[in-house]
Design a protein around this ligand. Structure first.
Ligand code: HEC
Ligand code: HEC
Length: 275
């Protein structure tokens, strides 16, 4: 193992905390779940359990959670007309809080038109292009992040599950798995080196989690920003000093399918708060 990873010591107390996440004292979030069949670990755990007391508290209180601002912005975008067809998302789907309930917990899903899996960001772009005659958002456009956050938030607490039986999802899962275990970059580390073999240990000042995706998009205190999932993937790949693939490329979509499956059963936390 690379020398940059240090085992947890009593000074840097290791492992996930033994606490429950209940948002506003009302919505209980599943942060530990039995791993799905075929998973290398026994239990899947949320990244929330690895953060500091202060960071965990921010997420548990929606008035303090800075990510909630993006949920509000996303709702405004949902109701705003854009594009040549003169429509908003609401023109077809009605009240977002009703229509979207539970939907965001089940992406990526097979898209029969595109013949590939799509995530929430690509579903938004699909509706913008096909149904609103509006330009697709560029990767990580602020409106894309806000609308994705709003959509996913309507599944708060819903367990993550994706349908691997539809279309070719299974082969995308296989491809994602291969990437997950491939060592890359000058540091010669795979996703698994950090998030499977060393979760609970420290890398520099960072407490390594299993790298699950149930909280995305996520509010990162370090960046004071909402961070999208493909941005996070690219950041983790860059940290191994490898070249990183484009957002929404086949490689990162396959990785999203596989990594989402790894967190099956965890409750959606969007907007989660991380360091
Ligand atoms: C002109 C009508 C129309 C507009 C406007 C529209 N959509 Fe859609 N939307 C559809 C149709 C039809 C489908 C189902 C086929 C598909 O997936 O494209 C759909 C599907 C969806 C789904 C998947 C629902 C599910 O059950 O999985 C989501 C999410 C969604 N739209 C979000 C949006 C968002 C966000 C906007 C605004 C950016 C939007 N839509 C604008 C017609 C529309
Ligand atoms: C060098 C170690 C390292 C490698 C390799 C690495 N990551 Fe990470 N990753 C981190 C650190 C550190 C964090 C922030 C703390 C945490 O949640 O683990 C993180 C966070 C994440 C998160 C956010 C978790 C959350 O709860 O918000 C995801 C998702 C993730 N990584 C996925 C991946 C994937 C997929 C790969 C392989 C392409 C990968 N990581 C490779 C170190 C790594």
């Amino acid at each position: 193992m690379s020398a940059i990873i240090v085992a947890a010591t009593p000074a840097l107390s290791g492992g996930p905390v033994d606490e429950q996440l209940i948002i506003d004292g009302e919505t209980e979030i599943i942060t530990r779940a039995p791993a799905p069949e075929g998973h290398p670990l026994d239990e899947v755990t949320s990244g929330w359990l690895y953060r500091t007391d202060e960071t965990r508290a921010l997420e548990a209180d929606s008035f303090q959670n800075p990510g909630m601002l993006y949920v509000e912005q996303g709702e405004t975008i949902w109701n705003t007309v854009d594009g040549a067809a003169g429509k908003s998302c609401a023109s077809c789907h009605g009240d977002g809080k009703e229509f979207l309930k539970g939907i965001g917990a089940h992406y990526p899903k097979w898209d029969a038109d595109a013949k590939r899996p799509i995530n929430v960001e690509l579903q938004i772009n699909k509706c913008r292009e096909a149904n609103m005659q509006a330009e697709p958002y560029k990767f990580d456009a602020p409106d894309q992040r806000a609308l994705t956050t709003f959509i996913r938030h309507q599944s708060l607490g819903e367990p993550v599950s994706i349908d691997l039986t539809s279309g070719d999802m299974q082969s995308w899962w296989e491809k994602g798995k291969e990437t997950y275990y491939t060592r890359m970059g000058q540091l010669n580390l795979s996703c698994a080196s950090c998030h499977e073999d060393n979760n609970g240990n420290y890398i520099r000042a960072d407490h390594l989690s299993q790298g699950n995706v149930n909280g995305f998009p996520t509010y990162r205190l370090k960046q004071s920003e909402m961070v999208s999932l493909h941005n996070r993937f690219r950041g983790c790949i860059r940290d191994t000093r490898a070249a990183f693939p484009a957002a929404f490329s086949d490689e990162l979509m396959a990785l999203e399918v596989y990594v989402t499956w790894r967190g099956t059963g965890l409750g959606v936390e969007t907007p989660s708060v991380r360091q």
